[in-house]
Design a protein around this ligand. Structure first.
Ligand code: DGT
Ligand code: CA
Ligand code: CA
Ligand code: ZN
Length: 579
């Protein structure tokens, strides 16, 4: 069975960690870059390799001759020599351990060599027994931090990021769609509601031959383990470590089943109560008056019969959608194709993979009309952040790139911007005179994550008061399952955004999704403008925008709340210095 892009990327990430454990220079970054490129590829590498052989690897950013050889071995034999040797040397669950905040490759090596720690359970036991503090360079504080990190991982409950699961669920969906006995096929559950993290994949199929569908499903090569199966219900574990539930229903129940398995559970319960009040019964087979089915072939029909407007899946969380549907007050949600520009894009001037021109071409291919180049600034030294001089040079290059794109009739305009660092006291690390020359200024917190709520709030508000700051990028700095958000008084920040006319970003990067849905809804209510940005660090990352839009929809946002749904001219008219 050929490996999936996900599996290949995981091995390359593991190699990057191994090389860091071995203190090899450059290779960690190289392998990480290759892994990132492969996980954001549109097509499965196994398929293109079958067609084109090694040519399939040409042009994948970060894949040179050495890694290309490894890719071939992975696809042909499932592994490669260098990887096997390192696995033998470090028989350790590297990714599992590295998921703990504060645990990096060097520490993993130390933990293995000194304490023979192989996995999370081993780490937790050692930390609880006070063995970590005895290691060279570590102390009681690091031990406490590790325990906290493990606790944090546990409370996230092994839920996976929407952005890592949705592509796989879609692949699964299209495999099932190809079964001759499958009629309609849809991914339901939290995935259809586009929740930011996913517990398991729920797939619904309508068919008059449920047995045949279940049988074909069980024969799919990506299934690792079968928990149980009957004619209409199948529960499995996939090879990627995720559980999937398959349900097969008759065509006439499609809408009712779709509604039931989309959830949320709380939303379902409320619908059922409405049915009961009307003297009816609602379940996954339909809406019934006595024994007679009165609705359930489509979801639309079901909501209508219950006296409600159709409720989009992203809203089905029991946060007021039902009364709004009854009184025709549901928002007209921003559409998945509504974004025209992307205001946070990194390039190889700092920690991105691609040049300004490459990013512009990729953006144009993704249907975007404009992008702002927002490389990190100087106080973020590890990314090679730009100082005033380099920013000035970048403005010149952007002019040249725009001229070239125009000549080649590529319709994507590149704006000059920056992701300026907010310092501990709320000042910025780039001089105002320079900021004045940029088209778009985003400011963000990348350090001092643990200030008190009062200090953190004052810090962010001070940055918003700078007349050049148009947008606050990824306000809370959280990384889902990895890093907690900074502690800010969200209502105070939103009020200040309104007063200073600063926009707040919905960062679409799968592990950020920052603002979260609840905060987006507060912005909508307060009339604070938002942007949805990919935070792209590679040409393939514009696909992230979809997750940002999903998050915006979960936050009840309409097109008018999101500024980069507008054509460039209108957007620019909203930037602070032009008003
Ligand atoms: P997850 O998997 O934790 O991300 O969240 P969901 O929402 O996908 O939950 P899951 O997989 O347990 O169930 C899928 C849907 O099936 C859920 O959204 C609603 C429906 N469902 C499951 N159990 C119940 C239940 O006990 N009562 C009702 N009314 N609906 C249920
Ligand atoms: Ca689920
Ligand atoms: Ca489920
Ligand atoms: Zn950032």
């Amino acid at each position: 069975m050929p490996m999936t892009n996900r599996e290949i990327a995981n091995i390359l990430y593991e190699m990057a960690m191994f090389f860091e454990m071995e203190s090899v220079a450059f290779k960690p970054a190289a392998y990480e870059r290759a892994a990132q490129s492969i996980e954001s590829l549109g097509a499965e590498l196994a398929g293109s390799y079958r067609e084109k052989g090694k040519d399939a690897f040409a042009g994948i950013p970060g894949v040179g001759k050495g890694i290309a050889d490894h890719l071939e071995d992975l696809l042909k034999k499932g592994d490669f020599r260098e990887h096997m040797m390192l696995v033998k040397k470090y028989p350790v669950a590297v990714a599992e351990l590295a998921a703990v905040e504060g645990v990096g490759p060097k520490m993993i090596k130390l933990l293995w060599q000194k304490l023979k720690i192989k996995n999370l359970a081993g780490l937790e036991a050692a930390a609880k027994a006070g063995k970590i503090r005895a290691l060279p360079g570590l102390g009681e504080k690091s031990e406490q931090k590790i325990l906290k990190g493990i606790e944090f991982l546990k409370t996230s409950g092994g839920r996976k990021l929407l952005g890592s699961i949705l592509p796989e669920a879609r692949a699964l969906e299209s495999m099932i769609r190809s079964f001759p006995e499958a009629d309609e096929v849809m991914v339901c559950g939290s995935l259809r509601r586009r929740k930011e993290t996913i517990g398991d994949i729920d797939i619904l199929v309508s068919s008059s031959k449920p047995d045949a569908v279940s049988k074909r499903f069980l024969a799919l090569p990506l299934i690792a383990h079968v928990y149980g199966h009957g004619p209409t219900k199948t529960n499995v574990r996939l090879k990627n470590g995720l559980d999937a539930d398959l349900r097969v229903v008759p065509k006439k129940s499609w809408g009712a089943a779709l509604n039931y398995f989309t959830g949320s559970k709380e939303h379902n319960v409320a619908l059922r109560e409405i049915a009961i009040k009307k003297g009816w019964k609602l379940n996954e087979y339909g809406l019934f008056s006595g024994a007679r089915m009165i609705a359930g072939k489509t979801e639309e029909e079901l909501y209508k019969k219950l006296g409600l407007r159709y409720i989009e899946p992203e809203l089905r969380e029991m946060t007021g959608e039902i009364p709004a549907a009854r009184t025709n007050k549901l928002p007209h949600l921003i559409g998945y194709g509504a974004i025209r520009g992307d205001l946070q894009v990194q390039t190889n001037w700092t920690d991105g993979d691609n040049s300004i021109e490459e990013m512009a071409r990729a953006a144009s291919d993704a249907g975007l009309e404009y992008i702002a180049i927002t490389d990190h600034t100087k106080s973020l030294a590890m990314t090679g952040g730009l100082d005033e001089k380099k920013l000035a040079r970048q403005i010149q290059e952007i002019k040249q790139v725009n001229a070239k794109l125009r000549k080649k009739k590529i319709n994507c305009i590149v704006l000059a911007g920056a992701e300026v660092n907010i310092m501990k006291d709320g000042s910025l690390d780039i001089a105002d005179e320079m900021l004045a020359k940029l088209d778009v200024v985003g400011a963000s917190v990348h350090s001092h994550f643990r200030l008190s709520r009062m200090e953190q709030t004052a810090r962010v508000i001070r940055a918003m008061e700078n007349p050049h700051v148009d947008i606050i990028f990824h306000l809370t700095g959280r990384r889902i399952n990895k890093r907690k958000p900074i502690d800010v008084d969200i209502d105070a920040v939103i009020a200040a955004a309104k007063r200073t006319r600063t926009m707040l970003e919905i960062n679409a990067s799968p592990e950020r999704l920052d603002l979260k849905d609840e905060y987006i809804r507060k912005c909508v209510a307060a009339g604070v403008k938002m942007t949805i940005d990919s935070d792209a660090h590679a040409a393939g990352h514009f696909t992230f925008l979809e997750y940002g839009i999903a998050q915006a929809r979960r936050g009840w946002a309409e097109k008018k709340n999101v500024v980069n749904t507008r054509p460039l001219k209108e957007f620019l008219a909203l930037s602070k210095k032009r008003r």
